[in-house]
Ligand binder design. Sequence first.
Ligand SMILES: CC(C)(COP(=O)(O)OP(=O)(O)OC[C@H]1O[C@@H](n2cnc3c(N)ncnc32)[C@H](O)[C@@H]1OP(=O)(O)O)[C@@H](O)C(=O)NCCC(=O)NCCS
Length: 161
Amino acid sequence: MTVTELDGTSSAEVAELVLACSAVTLRNRFLMPGQPDPRDVLVRYRRYLLAGPPHGVALVAFSGRSPAGLLNLVAGEARIAELGIVVADPWQRQGIATGLASWLRAAGRWEGWTVRAVTHADNVAAKALLRGQGFRLLGGADRGEYHYELTMPGPVWEVAR
Ligand SMILES: CC(C)(COP(=O)(O)OP(=O)(O)OC[C@H]1O[C@@H](n2cnc3c(N)ncnc32)[C@H](O)[C@@H]1OP(=O)(O)O)[C@@H](O)C(=O)NCCC(=O)NCCS
């Protein structure tokens, strides 16, 4: 897996990725009802999917030449940012989302920020991912959704002995 940070100008990788996602994956990513059409998702969430510095990060994970995963971090209020991750169906459960989250942490740019994420209460994969990244659950289910939060730690450096 390789990771590329988008600068907000190129959308081809994001389009290819979203078109490779099933309706269930898009429903879980965008907390949408029904059977979302990938083309509608691209139009509706374009700005969010491409968000780049200084107010956000869009990271694409490639498996070979194929865009397999996308992490978006979008800054809102002071030092608070919203996290969203999607991995297209053929590449799920291969450590890609974990790899993207690790890249973000290692970059060190968001150290000390409060990062928030929301999932459907029955989204087993997202809950495992967020737990594994150290997010804490804020209360119980609220209208079928779980809200998570993490104070972004700094990069962990290997100490040479
Ligand atoms: C949630 C999602 C991003 C995970 O991506 P992924 O690349 O498959 O995740 P990883 O392979 O890095 O696995 C992360 C953890 O989730 C667990 N996991 C992944 N898919 C799972 C599944 N279907 N059922 C149970 N656990 C699952 C893994 O075992 C791993 O847990 P571990 O660290 O305890 O071993 C992906 O399933 C997805 O895109 N879902 C739809 C969009 C979404 O729900 N986004 C979440 C918004 S924050």
